[in-house]
Design a protein around this ligand. Structure first.
Ligand code: NAD
Length: 364
C-alpha cells in the first residue's frame, strides 16, 4: 500500500526524544526525572487538571517541589511570565508537564526561557510533546518558533491517564492527530520513515476512534489511540506542514477558536481541496479512509460524531473574509497552489460542513 515516491532521494532526521509507553508508566516519572540528573521537579497543568498534577507530584516524593496549574490554550506569554515566577520561587531544576497541548506548550515556553529539561505526560492526542515547535500568543497574535531547546527530553505515555478523556475531546483531538499524519504523507521534506509512521498512525486512529465512541473505556482502543497519536505527533515534529495546518493556525490566532475542534472541522475540506487537483498525493489516505481522502475523512468524522461546521464554533461569514485575507498574506508551500478565492471557498465549505466532492473516478 505504501508508495515509494520518497525513495528516489531523501534526508531523514530522527527525533532525539526518549519515549516511555505503557499503562502505569506515570509511576516511572520520578525515575525519568532522576535520569535527567534532576532533583527538584515542578509539575505543570491547566487549572482543570490540578488534581491530576497533584497526584503526579505525589508519585515524585522528595523529587517534587510543587504544582503550577495555570496553563492556557495558545500559550499566552503573560501566563508564561506568571508561571516563570512560581517556577523560580520553587527553585525547580526540571519541568514535568501533565496534560494536553496547552500544558506542554507552557512547559516548552519555560524551557525555552530557562533551559530546564522537560518530562511530558500527555493526556490528549495533540502531539506537541514530540515536536521542537512552540506557538505563543501575545496581544492576540500567535507566532511559532522551533529549536532543539524546545523539544521535551522525555515523554511518558500512560494510557491510564486518557481513560477519562471526554469523548468530544477524544474525537476532536484524535482528528487533530490524524491531520498531522495526513499532511505528513505529502510533505516536501518527507522520508520513508515518516511515511511509515504516518500510515501506521492513521491506521491506529482510524481503528481506535470508532471503538472509543462505541465504548469510551475500551482500554485496547485507548492504548491504540495514544500509540497513533505518538506516531502522528512525531510526523508533525519531523516534516513541514502545509495548507491544513496553516489555515487552522490563522483561524485559531485570528478568532481564538478551540484548537482540536478547528482541526477536526477543517480537515476534510483542506484535504479535499488538495485532492481535487493532485489526487496522487493522497492515495494512501484515500485507501485508508474510503475511495477518496476528502470525502472519506468527512464520512469518518460524521461516523464518530465530530464537529463539522465552523458556524457551530460561532464563526461568521465576515470573519471568513478576514481569515482568507490573513492566510494569503503570508505565502507558503502547498501541493496545490493557493489563491485568495480558493482559500475563501475552502473556508465557506468548512463553515457549512458540506461533504467534499470525491475525486473523479473514485468510488467514494
Ligand atoms: P488542551 O491541552 O487545551 O486541553 C483541552 C482541555 O482538556 C484542557 O482544559 C485540559 O486540561 C483538558 N484535558 C486534557 N486532557 C484531558 C483528559 N485526559 N481528561 C479530561 N480533560 C483533559 O488541548 P489540546 O488540543 O491537547 O492542545 C491544544 C494546544 O496545543 C493549542 O494551544 C495548540 O496550539 C497546541 N499544540 C501545539 C503543538 C506543537 O507542536 N507546538 C501541536 C499540537 C497542539
Amino acid at each position: 500500500m505504501i508508495r515509494d515516491t520518497t525513495l528516489s532521494s531523501f534526508v531523514h532526521s530522527g527525533s532525539p526524544a526518549r519515549i516511555v509507553f505503557g499503562r502505569g508508566s506515570v509511576q516511572t516519572v520520578s525515575a525519568e526525572v532522576e535520569r535527567l540528573g534532576c532533583s527538584r521537579a515542578v509539575v505543570l497543568s491547566t487549572p482543570h487538571q490540578h488534581d491530576e498534577a497533584t497526584r503526579v507530584l505525589g508519585t515524585l516524593g522528595a523529587l517534587g517541589v510543587g504544582v503550577v496549574a495555570v496553563a492556557e490554550m495558545h500559550t499566552p506569554t503573560a501566563v508564561t511570565a506568571r508561571a516563570l515566577i512560581e517556577v523560580e520561587n520553587f527553585g525547580a531544576d526540571c519541568i514535568v508537564a501533565i496534560g494536553g497541548g496547552s500544558t506542554t506548550g507552557l512547559g516548552k515556553a519555560i524551557a525555552a526561557r530557562t533551559g530546564l529539561p522537560q518530562v511530558v505526560v500527555p493526556t490528549t492526542y495533540a502531539g506537541s510533546e514530540v515536536t521542537p515547535v512552540l506557538g505563543e500568543t501575545e496581544n492576540g497574535v500567535k507566532t511559532t518558533r522551533r529549536g532543539p531547546e524546545i523539544l521535551p527530553e522525555t515523554v511518558v505515555y500512560d494510557p491510564d491517564l486518557t481513560d477519562s478523556m471526554p469523548i468530544e475531546l477524544t474525537v476532536a483531538s484524535g482528528l487533530n492527530a490524524i491531520a498531522h499524519a495526513v499532511e505528513g504523507t505529502y510533505a516536501r521534506d518527507g522520508s520513508p520513515i515518516y511515511t511509515l509512521m504516518a500510515i501506521e498512525g492513521l491506521r491506529a486512529l482510524r481503528d481506535s476512534l470508532p471503538a472509543l465512541v462505541e465504548a469510551p473505556s475500551n482500554q485496547d482502543a485507548r492504548d491504540g489511540a495514544l500509540y497513533g497519536a505518538w506516531l502522528c505527533g512525531t510526523v508533525l515534529g519531523g516534516v513541514g506542514m502545509s495548507v491544513h495546518h496553516k489555515l487552522c493556525h490563522t483561524l485559531g490566532g485570528a478568532l481564538d477558536l478551540p484548537h482540536a475542534q478547528t482541526h477536526a472541522i477543517m480537515l476534510p475540506h483542506t484535504i479535499g481541496f488538495v485532492e481535487e487537483s493532485v489526487p496522487q498525493t493522497l492515495t494512501d489516505v484515500a485507501t485508508l479512509f474510503g475511495g477518496s481522502a476528502g470525502a472519506g475523512l468527512h464520512d469518518f468524522a460524521v461516523d464518530i460524531g465530530a464537529p463539522l461546521r465552523l458556524a457551530d464554533l460561532g464563526v461568521t461569514a465576515d470573519q471568513l473574509d478576514l481569515v482568507a485575507d490573513q492566510a494569503i498574506a503570508s505565502p507558503y508551500w502547498s501541493p496545490r497552489p493557493l489563491d485568495r478565492d480558493s482559500i475563501r471557498r475552502v473556508l465557506q465549505d468548512a463553515h457549512e460542513g458540506t461533504r467534499p466532492n470525491p475525486r473523479s473516478g473514485s468510488p467514494a
